[in-house]
Design a binder for this molecule. Structure first.
Ligand code: ADP
Length: 522
């Protein structure tokens, strides 16, 4: 067990190696990545060679972007509020101005009606002028330079008229000149009109500022919502796509396809570690599966041994018997008879050799080796392998095959193991004297062939049907069954791109159908 420090050193070493490896150019296609991947180690190298872009970093970047945008919105809103505040102050100024003008006019009216003095009117005009001059920059912005000048001129003329009226009044004490009175009235009305215009403009400027502020808030919120949705969509989409990809890997691995995962994206992130771990798991699984296949094979050999011993005994007995007879009667036999007996010995020896080589073939542990195969010949060979087992059980195997059946791409040893297992199971389920049928024909699926192993034995209870392909599921007595046959067979067939189906009726028998894709390779 490596210590923590050793593991850490290993990880750092791997990282260093990955960093020293030049990163693949971003223009590399997936196929080019694939070319580099032969086993888990090179897959890992290819995974780590990509530039990192972790999910955490992506989350931080996306949220930083949303935060910066929110800050932008907040600044805009604050500026709008400031603008509205300014407009309110402006409105207050204009309001004060209008009040002063109104006052002046009221005092002016009083003068003509009740002969009051004009000092109050002049004071109000003065106040109005102070407001106008004191806020000239703001007021010019609202009504423009020309209008401002007009207002100032207007109030000055009004003041002048008031002044001249007052001096005439104090000097003569007589009723003022009618023309001055008329001019004053006209000037006063114009002044009121200009003040109201100023008020209207200021109010509509304030309305505009409020509307702009409201629009800024609404549009910013909508935009922020769009950013959030886009973020959730992109990040969520990335995560979901990866999760779906890993889901499909899990399904494919569960079906016995142990092909390694290869880099599919330009960058590496947290999912990369998961892919590396899965590749490691796949390699371990493959190792264990091949151990399982081998152990099941040895078990099948055990089952076959009795039959094989008997099978070997026959030719050996025949050889011994014929050679003895040949020795004893050598002188009495003519050449033809001697040749016949020697041929018989050779034939029997050949038979024994074939049995032994069949067995050796079967026991040998080998890597999966796919080659174009004649399925009919392969099934026939397997039936021969189980011939004696069948004979001992007092059964008969009938084999039918469609002429010119398409060839398949497969590993002969492994497929022989599958069919042998199905035959031995069929024998075990059938009673003495029963018949087992095996049929090879095109499958219902296009470009597939099917081999059916049909027995008329006990059948499989419905509630067992979903379990019989599970490893170690067996209903056989201890020592007789391992429960590995069907699970190993299923793994082998899946590796060949095919599947096994089962139909069974209690008391009537079972049909196991192996479906395999055909090959165009001859
Ligand atoms: P084993 O033969 O060692 O039990 P298998 O995986 O080959 O392991 O089979 C699992 C179980 O499936 C058997 O124990 C048996 O109950 C059932 N089975 C398989 N083939 C047949 C068959 N042709 N008829 C009835 N039951 C079967």
């Amino acid at each position: 067990m490596p210590t923590l420090a050793e593991r850490w050193r290993d990880i750092m070493e791997e990282k260093r190696q990955a960093d020293n490896n030049p990163s693949p150019s971003p223009d590399l296609s997936d196929d080019e990545y694939l070319e580099e991947v032969h086993d888990a180690a090179s897959a890992k190298k290819a995974f780590l060679a990509r530039p990192p872009l972790s999910l955490r970093l992506q989350f931080i970047l996306y949220f930083l972007l949303a935060f910066l945008f929110s800050v932008g919105i907040a600044v805009m809103i604050i500026m709008d509020i400031y603008e509205v505040e300014k407009k309110i102050t402006g409105l207050e100024i204009v309001n004060d101005y209008v009040i002063e003008i109104d006052q002046a006019r009221r005092f002016e009216k009083n003068f003509f009606l009740y002969k009051t003095n004009l000092s109050d009117a002049l004071e109000s005009v003065d106040n109005a002028k102070v407001i106008l001059v004191g806020n000239q920059e703001d007021l010019k912005k609202i009504i423009g330079d020309k209008k401002y000048k007009e207002t100032i001129d207007n109030i000055n003329s009004y003041e002048e008229l008031l002044e001249s009226l007052r001096s005439a009044d104090t000097q003569s004490g007589q009723r003022p000149d009618k023309t001055i009175e008329n001019r004053l009235r006209k000037q006063g009305q114009k002044m009121i009109f200009l003040a109201q215009d100023l008020m209207k403009k200021e109010r509509s400027a304030m309305d505009r500022a409020i509307a702009r502020s409201r629009n800024t808030q609404i549009y910013s919120l909508i935009f922020l919502l769009i950013i959030m949705i886009a973020t959730a969509y992109f990040l969520g989409g990335r995560m979901l796509r990866n999760i779906r990809r890993f889901e499909s890997y899990a399904l494919r691995i569960a079906e016995g396809d142990f092909e390694l995962i290869t880099p599919k994206r330009r960058y590496r992130d947290e999912f990369t570690n998961l892919a590396i771990a899965i590749n490691h798991m796949v390699q371990e699984l493959e190792k264990h599966e091949s151990m399982l296949v081998q152990s099941h094979k040895m078990r099948a050999i055990g089952t076959l041994t009795a039959g094989v011993a008997h099978e070997l005994n026959n030719p050996l007995n025949n050889i011994t018997l014929t050679s003895h007879m040949l020795l004893e009667d050598f002188q009495d036999l003519d050449d033809e008879e001697r040749k016949q007996m020697i041929d018989e010995v050779t034939e029997e020896a050949e038979r024994a050799k074939k049995i032994v080589s069949n067995l050796l073939d079967f026991t040998r542990e080998s890597e999966t080796k796919l080659e174009p195969l004649d399925l009919v010949q392969l099934v026939k060979g397997t039936i021969d392998l189980a011939a004696n087992q069948t004979r001992i059980a007092g059964m008969k195997i009938e084999f039918h095959a469609t002429d010119n059946l398409h060839r398949i791409q497969g590993d002969s040893q492994q497929l022989r193991q599958v069919f042998l297992n199905l035959i031995l199971n069929a024998i075990a389920a059938s009673s003495k004297g029963a018949k087992i049928q095996i049929m090879a024909s095109p499958a219902d699926d296009p470009d597939h062939v099917a081999v059916k192993v049909i027995d008329h034995g006990v059948g499989i209870p419905r509630h067992y049907l979903s379990s019989i392909f599970d490893p170690f599921f067996t209903t056989k007595d201890r020592g007789k069954g391992t429960g590995l046959g069907l699970s190993v067979s299923q793994g082998i067939i899946a590796k060949h791109g095919g599947r096994i189906r089962v139909d069974s009726r209690m008391g009537h028998g079972s049909t196991f159908t192996v479906i395999l894709p055909v090959t165009t390779i001859l």
